[in-house]
Design a protein around this ligand. Structure first.
Ligand code: ADP
Ligand code: GLC
Length: 484
């Protein structure tokens, strides 16, 4: 049994902006099921404090660079018995809004301080200096918000082995040099082989340079980030790590209990491979929900997404409107929030095609399940996608993904080529170039295949039979922990 400290800035169901939260709950649970002693550390955001009736203070610590002491609160992750430590610093985390800012108002101005504080606390726990009498063998950090922790403990003699997982290289935690100075970070970290990145402070580099091993969330993304196109200037460093055998891609798993069409309480009618025709009732339900005609012949395309450039929302808008203009029998149901211009464009598409498009701007867990169950096809034309979870949920719900051939999408969907269909391994549709035209062409093939119910049904069943549970991936992490 290993002791693993798992550090993340989001954990479902307490606080979530994207897939990081899902992974930061389901991976620790899977590791615990493999007999490991896992503890999670997360900032005590207001939402987290409100989620628990009773919460115990187990330590009070003073962190370098910060004036007031902070507390470590202890609870258990909901629906599990994984121990959860919450870093309580009201000044930094007990406020209205999301984990990184107020909706539509950009990031908090003190994010560098908030996540430096978080990283400092992670470092103290990793060295067992909080008086909790628990020293991890492994410190597993996730994304830039935790990036300074491996750097802070790199030279400590009795430190745990450190792993840093990149969930999205596009967000790096870059701040001016003045932030570095005001945070009282060790001078020895400020150089180009340290956390300095072209005169800026890079939280991400703390993880990339100082962790013993780097992982990212799919094998294809692990290769892509070593290239100019996806590396954001870090491709040289990442290629070097890859050469040293210190960069690995491990595909995320999903929580098969939470995302299970056979027992999902959010959907109108549960179904499985043997009762697959019940999926149609969910299609009618979602059409009804969005006030669209309850037409079984229309191919219903679903989207659940952060509305940002990464996700190729503009490609969807152009491809779908071209198809609708040409009279294709399709409907689009979309749940998402993010950049105001995409929200506006989606509303305009709805205004143009009121009997074909349904849009819900906002965040709604239950509606996300209903769309997964009700749509025929799930759209993820991402420009890049480190892993992506929604295509995995879609496969499980027999909702065939249409994806761009990148990152985790490339690693999890098998394209409906003639050969793959003949071999009965096709599970979705892939296209290469990041253009609306390429997406439109692929959608035309999906529309065509949908007219052949037997072929379509076979693909649905193959998709539903795929196993993307954590079993395989949790074992890969355990092997990696062992190798360190
Ligand atoms: P990313 O982390 O880049 O946003 P993922 O596909 O890994 O992409 O994970 C997205 C997660 O967030 C999924 O669990 C998805 O269902 C959820 N999600 C995204 N937008 C919404 C929304 N508007 N309402 C409900 N769930 C959402
Ligand atoms: C990031 C990525 C997404 C991935 C998720 C969980 O948010 O954008 O592709 O699935 O992290 O690892």
């Amino acid at each position: 049994m290993r002791k693993i400290l798992f550090a993340s800035s989001e954990v479902h169901p307490l606080i979530k902006t994207g897939g990081l939260a899902d992974v930061s709950a389901s991976l620790p649970i899977a590791l615990q099921q493999h007999g490991q002693d896992v503890r999670i550390i997360l900032p005590a955001y207001r939402q987290c404090l409100e989620a628990f009736d009773k919460i115990e203070t187990v330590a009070t610590i003073k962190l370098d660079g910060f004036y007031l002491p902070v507390e470590i609160l202890q609870a258990t992750l909901p629906d599990s018995d994984v121990i959860l430590w919450l870093l309580h610093s009201p000044e930094h985390f007990d406020r209205e809004g999301g984990p990184y800012g107020l909706p539509k108002s950009g990031d908090w101005e003190d994010n560098a301080a908030r996540f430096a504080l978080f990283s400092r606390a992670i470092a103290v726990l990793a060295l067992d200096q909080a008086g909790l009498d628990w020293q991890p063998d492994i410190l597993h950090c996730n994304d830039w918000q935790t990036g300074l922790a491996p750097a802070l403990i790199a030279d400590e003699p009795n430190r745990p082995a450190t792993i840093f997982t990149i969930h999205n290289l596009a967000y790096q935690g870059l701040y001016p040099q003045s932030a570095f100075e005001s945070l009282d970070l060790p001078e020895s970290l400020w150089h180009s082989d340290g956390i300095e990145f072209y005169d800026l402070l890079s939280f991400m580099k703390g993880g990339l340079i100082y962790a013993d091993h780097i992982t990212t969330v799919s094998p294809t993304y692990a290769q892509e980030i070593c290239s100019y196109e996806f590396g954001y200037g870090l491709e040289g460093l990442l290629s070097q790590r890859a050469k040293e055998g210190r960069l690995t891609g491990i595909l995320n798993g999903i929580d098969n209990n939470e995302w299970d069409p056979e027992s999902d309480q959010n959907i109108r009618k549960t179904y499985s491979v043997t009762t697959i025709r019940n999926k149609l009732m969910n299609k009618a339900a979602i059409q009804h929900h969005f006030s669209l005609p309850e037409n079984y012949d229309a191919l219903v395309l679903g989207i659940i997404s952060r509305l940002v450039s990464q996700k190729g929302i503009d490609l969807t808008l152009d491809a779908v409107s071209a198809l609708m203009e040409s009279g294709a029998n399709i409907q689009l149901v979309c749940l998402g929030s993010g950049e105001a211009s995409y929200e506006q464009d989606l509303r305009m598409l709805r205004a143009r095609f009121p009997d074909k498009v349904g849009v819900h701007i906002g965040y709604d867990e239950s509606l996300a399940h209903k769309i997964e169950a009700g749509a025929d096809v799930f759209l993820m034309p991402s420009r890049f996608e480190p892993c992506g979870l929604n295509q995995l949920y879609s496969l499980r719900y027999g909702t065939l993904p249409v994806v761009r051939n990148t990152g985790g999408l490339a690693d999890s969907v098998t394209d409906a080529t003639d050969e793959n269909r003949k071999n009965e391994i096709a599970t979705g549709f892939k296209f290469e170039s990041s253009t609306a035209k390429a997406l439109e062409e692929r959608l035309l093939q999906a529309i065509d295949l949908y007219k052949h119910p037997r072929i379509w049904r076979k693909m649905m069943i193959t998709a539903m039979e795929q196993d993307y549970s954590w079993e395989k991936s949790a074992t890969a992490y355990l092997e990696l922990y062992d190798s360190l």
